[in-house]
Design a protein around this ligand. Structure first.
Ligand code: FIX
Ligand code: ZN
Length: 432
């Protein structure tokens, strides 16, 4: 049941019935295309960096750790196996010998189900044949459709040799794939960066003298020109401080922030990762820790003319991040990162953000590494978003204000793409 009210001479259908309210939220969320603001997915033009299909999906680092916990295979042995053997082992351990209850394992079930493939199959024959038969460009379109995605942001590392070759060769990615300039190599390992810069005939001094700072700045300017990124980004440890006394601090202060300001590029901070807690697990070996939010607050306070996007890995930082965002209008919280991307936590975090920030945040990003991850990450997210919005609009109704379908569309569009577009500028499109 809906009530019609005439307000400012506009007819607005107010959703006063909870069943109808829920139905409208579901329809809007399930049909509003999203901009995925942080992924590790690349388009087919990026050759080997374009990852798709069942073997890539099963050798996702989330599933590798789960496999090594439930089989007798050692890390060393696992890394000596071919990718096909690794995928077979993951399949047997997590999907045949066990029930795929974890979020990452359920993700594979959702992907297989989306393509009509059997998640109870005793081996990967059928799935391999299916993915092997796909026309790649049609497959990419289909995945974007299935995930209801409009555009995505890649993670582009200017120190990655393969990637450098692609950009040097005039890479021209599918316009749905936006670049982002990832600065981990520069900011988290200055000694290594100095060596890699030297290999590119950019000689720098370890002490970060004035000439070196200019060279690093030129390096970033060059990459911005080549990649046309939508933002610059870095992942940071839980021990991150600002100000600090290390090379990272000087590089952020004297190179990155001026670059952000002059190119009008947002700076993305992903905080709380403890890299290589278990080095034997390689890419799967990172952990997490609770970070000091006052570092970000100081950065926002000292740089009111720079726009920051931030995500924190620890559950304990989520409430603080909301409070910081209330204090700094140049700070946009985004996504439920990595170990947080499980329904129990995404639902808690999203509710907390709605309560403290209204629609002024970017609720989710996928962090997908393999094309078809986009399907499960977004399909698992939408029911959580629907529940959270139903709770929030339902409470509003209880307080005496019903919303209209148009208002739901406005809010969902804002959170799905509008907030990001406002932050990074018109390079990305607006979802209406
Ligand atoms: O630093 C990052 O961008 C992280 O998201 C990744 O490095 C991490 O391995 C990941 O895939 C998390 O989802
Ligand atoms: Zn990531």
């Amino acid at each position: 049941m809906t009530t019609t009210l005439t307000r400012n001479q506009t007819e607005t259908e107010l959703l006063t019935d909870r069943v109808e309210l829920r139905r409208q939220i579901e329809t809007v969320v399930n049909t509003t295309p999203v901009i995925d603001v942080h992924t590790h997915v690349f388009p087919p033009e990026f050759d080997e960096m374009f990852r798709f299909g069942i073997d890539e999906l099963l050798t996702y680092h989330y599933l590798i750790v789960e496999t090594l916990r439930s089989s007798d295979v050692s890390c060393d042995h696992f890394w000596r196996m071919t990718r096909t053997e690794q995928a077979d082992l993951v399949w047997k351990s997590l999907f045949v010998d066990n029930t795929p209850l974890s979020e990452a394992a359920r993700g594979i079930v959702s992907i297989l189900d989306a393509f009509g493939l059997d998640s109870r199959a005793p081996n990967l024959r059928e799935a391999r044949a299916f993915f092997g038969d796909q026309n790649i460009s049609e497959h990419v379109d289909r995945v974007f459709d299935m995930a209801c995605l409009k555009e995505i942001v890649m993670t582009n590392d200017p120190f990655d040799e393969l990637e450098t070759q692609l950009w040097d060769g005039g890479a021209n990615p599918d316009p749905r794939f936006h670049a982002s300039l990832r600065l981990d190599g520069l900011l988290n390992d200055w000694e290594g960066a100095a060596r890699r810069l030297a290999c590119q005939d950019i000689s720098v001094d370890a002490g970060l003298g004035r000439v070196t700072l200019v060279k690093v700045r030129n390096f970033l300017d060059g990459w911005i020109e080549r990649m046309n990124p939508v933002y610059m980004a870095v992942s940071l440890p839980d021990s991150f401080r600002f100000p600090d006394t290390d090379a990272r601090d000087r590089l952020i202060r004297e190179v990155v922030l001026p670059t952000a300001r002059e190119h009008s590029l947002a700076f993305v901070l992903m905080v709380g990762v403890r890299r290589a807690v278990n080095p034997a697990l390689r890419i799967a070996g990172d952990g997490m820790g609770h970070a000091d939010m006052s570092a970000l607050e100081r950065m926002c306070a000292q740089n009111p003319d720079v726009r920051f996007l931030a995500t924190y890995l620890s559950r304990e930082n989520q409430h603080e991040l909301c409070v910081s965002a209330r204090k700094f209008s140049n700070l946009m919280p985004f996504g439920c990162w990595w170990f947080l991307n499980n329904p129990s936590l995404t639902s808690e975090i999203t509710m907390q953000r709605l309560e403290l920030l209204g629609p002024g945040f970017i609720p989710q990003h996928s962090d997908a590494r393999v094309l078809e991850h986009l399907i499960y990450k977004w399909r698992h997210w939408r029911p959580v978003f629907i529940e959270s919005l139903f709770e929030a609009y339902g409470r509003l109704l209880g307080s005496g204000r019903a919303v209209s379908r148009e208002e739901i569309i406005r809010d969902v569009s804002r959170m799905s793409s509008g907030n990001f577009r406002d932050w990074v500028g018109s390079q990305v499109s607006y979802t209406e």
